[in-house]
Design a protein around this ligand. Structure first.
Ligand SMILES: Cc1ncc(COP(=O)(O)O)c(C=O)c1O
Length: 351
């Protein structure tokens, strides 16, 4: 605390990212990273980009990257916005589109950055509880709102909403922006990008951090009506003209050119998720149905906090949230088969 702080800083409640441990040899299943490295083509593009050309500023509009994303998703480039990770894209969305005379709506159990942005940008919000099975019920969302945001699949539950439910919401809720945060959609869901041309109030965000293994580069994007994209560009150009550096532009672009690698790694993660789910059920866990690269599990006879500590002592880190409705759950990111096996072996000794 300091007398020099602006008043708003006193009230901030910053997001706490999952631990990035300094210790080597840990089995790190706590931040939903991809256990497989980026495509070799991506690594080659980065190597080629390390040159004298780095003295130049990057393209402020990341035009080539936007075009690759537009081509991949079969939309116009004017419907695409890119940012430094989808966290930055989301921050601009909150700033540009959610400050109105009604509360922003999101689930009570969801990505914990949403309430943080609300404080930062002084946006009134209202949480809508998940149902007893930890599913989002879109019928519960009142139409008087400044906007609606939800991840699909939801985080940290992994539960997926069918596209039809999202379309029903869009039909009912035409007066404010609906954001579908699809950070994990490539692990088994159907993207709402196909609805963007029919619903001018729909914005879909995605990231290259998870399914494309590029969390370290920070690239995210939004797809929506050009009017919504223009709002984001106005905020971006009032904040940082060059959010994506030259290496990230080339690497991101290349990741869309290696479809085989992308599909193979997603399939490996999906297969491991299904296998791990079965194994956890055999150990007595209840596991929520996941369409993401993590699973959310609880054991009726063992405290989740104790289990997380026990795992940590044996070199395995998973995520445990203190929120009262989910404090008996562990969120386990899918690792390589070897990591998943190590995790299970340690867990077997604790339950
Ligand atoms: C639901 C959700 N949205 C967005 C993000 C942000 O991803 P990034 O900033 O790496 O693109 C995450 C990261 O974990 C997430 O879980």
């Amino acid at each position: 605390m300091s007398q020099f702080w602006s008043p708003i800083v006193h009230d901030l409640d910053p997001y706490v990212p999952g631990e990035q441990p300094k210790l080597a040899n840990l089995v790190k299943l706590n931040t939903n990273e991809n256990p497989y490295g980026p495509s070799p083509k991506v690594l080659e593009a980065i190597r080629l980009g390390v040159s004298d050309q780095l003295r130049l500023y990057p393209d402020p509009n990341a035009t080539q990257l936007k075009q690759a994303i537009a081509d991949y998703h079969d939309v116009d480039m004017q419907q695409v916005f890119v940012g430094n990770g989808s966290d930055e894209v989301l921050a601009h969305i909150f700033h540009a589109l959610f400050q109105h005379d009604a509360p922003l709506l999101f689930p009570d159990i969801t990505y914990s950055f949403y309430p943080v942005y609300c404080k930062l940008y002084q946006i009134e919000s209202q949480v809508v509880p998940l149902d007893d099975n930890f599913a989002i019920n879109l019928q519960d969302y009142p139409t008087k709102n400044a906007g609606i945001i939800l991840p699909n699949p939801n985080a940290p539950t992994g539960c997926l909403l069918p596209l039809d439910d999202i379309e029903q919401l869009l039909k009912r809720n035409a007066e404010s922006v609906v954001v579908v945060d699809e950070a994990y959609i490539d692990f088994g869901g159907e993207s709402a990008i196909s609805l963007v041309s029919s619903y001018p109030n729909l914005l879909v965000t995605q990231t290259l951090s998870k399914s494309r293994s590029l969390a370290g580069l920070r690239i995210g994007f939004a797809i929506g009506h050009p009017d919504l994209i223009e709002a984001l560009i106005r905020v971006k150009d009032s904040f940082n003209s060059y959010p994506i550096d030259s290496l990230s532009i080339s690497a991101g672009l290349e990741s869309f050119n290696d479809q085989d690698y992308f599909e193979q790694t997603c399939q490996k993660v999906i297969r491991s998720r299904e296998w791990l789910t079965t194994e956890l059920i055999e150990l007595g866990f209840d596991v929520l149905p996941s369409a993401a690269n993590f699973i959310f599990a609880t054991h009726p006879d063992h405290d989740a906090g104790h289990l997380a500590l026990g795992l940590r002592e044996k070199g395995v880190i998973v995520r445990h949230f203190k929120h009262e409705r989910i404090n008996q759950f562990l969120r386990i990111s899918i690792g390589t088969q070897e990591e998943n096996q190590q995790f299970l072996t340690v867990l077997d000794g604790l339950v």
